[in-house]
Design a binder for this molecule. Structure first.
Ligand code: ZN
Length: 90
């Protein structure tokens, strides 16, 4: 069963792996071979929890809005009130 860690945003980059290993894609649950081109996705940029995923699964999840990037997430955050406004609020 495919399972993704809960994360507010994801760091996504192409994987460059020359190690003959097999991973399980967290998006579709199927195996993927490290020698084929694929992506690395890390919840909130945490490299220790990064996962190898099929490039097509990452693209499909991106289109479905399931893998927001840091910049996507930032856009959804309320802006910090300006320092001036904070000073005059009290
Ligand atoms: Zn996949």
């Amino acid at each position: 069963m495919a399972k993704l860690d809960p994360a507010r945003w994801w760091a996504i980059r192409p994987a460059q792996n020359r190690k003959p290993a097999t991973y399980r894609c967290p998006l579709c649950g199927y195996h993927l071979h490290a020698m084929t081109s694929h992506m690395l996705i890390a919840p909130e940029g945490d490299a220790s929890r990064r996962r190898h995923a099929h490039a097509e699964c990452v693209l499909a999840a991106r289109r479905a809005g399931r893998l927001p990037l840091h910049e996507d997430w930032q856009k959804t955050q309320p802006r910090e009130p300006s320092l001036l406004r904070r000073v005059f609020r009290r």
